[in-house]
Design a binder for this molecule. Structure first.
Ligand code: AHG
Length: 337
């Protein structure tokens, strides 16, 4: 077999990026490698998810006599484990855990980053073999390095992320991450077990033809949002259409598709849930960071997602995100009285 040595692995790529910064310590590269490792482990289990009825359901006991964990708990433990044992992370916040986890050991206390993540987003889709994902955002701590990290490290506005990314466990498994230098995508090559650079320098097309929203909630949305959705349905050749509606119910897959093809994803507030469903810190912020670096835009309908200063670890936010021209058009509708 001929191996294409022009294709960089995730580790090779992050090390190359590191060389551009002579003063860099390598902690971020190391952190991304840790996340890549956890992603590979989760990928193995996600691929076996359909066998769960044969091998034993969650709550059952496996042949080693251990409890069979639910996949989202498994994913949480994998990401938390690699970050705890790595050299770059002082603590984590996770969708699966009520409180942040301060690692508080000598190596971790001397690490400069904290990570917020959703270990397995779209987990309702596991049973039916539909793409799911992991989302993460990396922040430089505001607390003193050398001491345990503190709550304030996890309540920073998204514009303070130094990196953010996601893994989509789909027909291929991909890891996409952004730093201020750009967005790059890596596809897992199962033959060598490495993420390989497949989508260098991702740019979100300024316009697209896809809109993604839960239409079932239509009458729960505010009038301006309804009007924009109606406008999407009325698009034709004369005004950039026709548009196509695509909504998987796994935001990782929905936003990933729109990022590559151009489109807009919306999870607006509803009458019953004015802040919508999605979590600010580990769902909206990482995608807002990635999308902005790729040339797109993300708001909560009133302000830039990345400028919201969180007050709670698990707070929710409406989300509108995608191609710049589509977002600008949406904002015209949202501005109307
Ligand atoms: P969950 O992890 O509980 O399955 O939630 C998935 C999230 C997000 O990924 C997706 O876009 C959204 O919830 C779908 O919610 P609705 O079913 O309400 O549209």
């Amino acid at each position: 077999m001929i191996v294409n040595r022009n294709i960089l692995t995730l580790d090779e790529f992050t090390l190359q990026q590191l060389r551009a910064f002579p003063t860099a310590t390598g902690e971020l590269s190391s952190l991304l490698r840790d996340i890549g490792l956890a992603a590979k482990r989760v990928n193995v289990e996600v691929n076996k998810a359909g066998l769960v009825d044969i091998l034993g359901d969650a709550g059952a006991v496996n042949v080693q006599g251990e409890d069979v964990k639910k996949l989202d708990i498994y994913a949480n433990n994998q990401f938390m484990g690699v970050l705890k044992h790595g050299i770059s992370c002082a603590g984590i916040g996770s969708e699966e855990l009520d409180e942040v986890v301060v690692f508080d050991d000598e190596v971790s206390n001397n690490s400069k980053y904290v990570v917020l993540f959703d270990p397995l987003d779209g987990s309702g889709n596991i049973d039916v073999n539909v793409s799911i994902g992991t989302i993460f955002g990396v922040y430089r701590r505001v607390s003193e390095v050398g001491k345990p990290c503190i709550a304030a490290d996890f309540l920073q506005a998204g514009n303070r992320q130094v990196a953010a990314g996601y893994i989509v466990y789909g027909s291929s498994t991909m890891l996409v991450y952004a730093t201020k230098r750009g967005v790059n995508g890596f596809t897992l090559d199962p033959s060598i077990g490495e993420f390989s650079l497949s989508h260098p320098n991702i740019k979100c097309p300024p316009s697209g033809k896809i809109y993604s929203v839960n239409h079932g909630n239509f009458f729960q949305y505010e009038k301006n949002v309804q009007q924009y959705i109606n406008a999407c349905q009325k698009k034709d050749k004369t005004n950039g259409g026709p548009y196509t509606q695509r909504y998987i119910g796994s935001m990782v897959a929905d936003v990933h598709r729109n990022l590559l093809k151009g489109g807009i994803f919306m999870y607006p507030g509803t009458i019953g849930k004015p802040n919508g469903k999605l979590r600010l810190q580990y769902e909206c912020n990482p995608f807002a960071f990635i999308t902005e670096i790729a040339g797109g835009k993300a708001t909560d309908g009133k302000q830039r997602i990345l400028d919201i200063v969180p007050t709670q670890l698990h707070q929710r936010s409406p989300l509108f995100i995608g191609s710049i021209n589509m977002m600008n058009e949406l904002e015209e509708y949202l501005k109307q009285a």
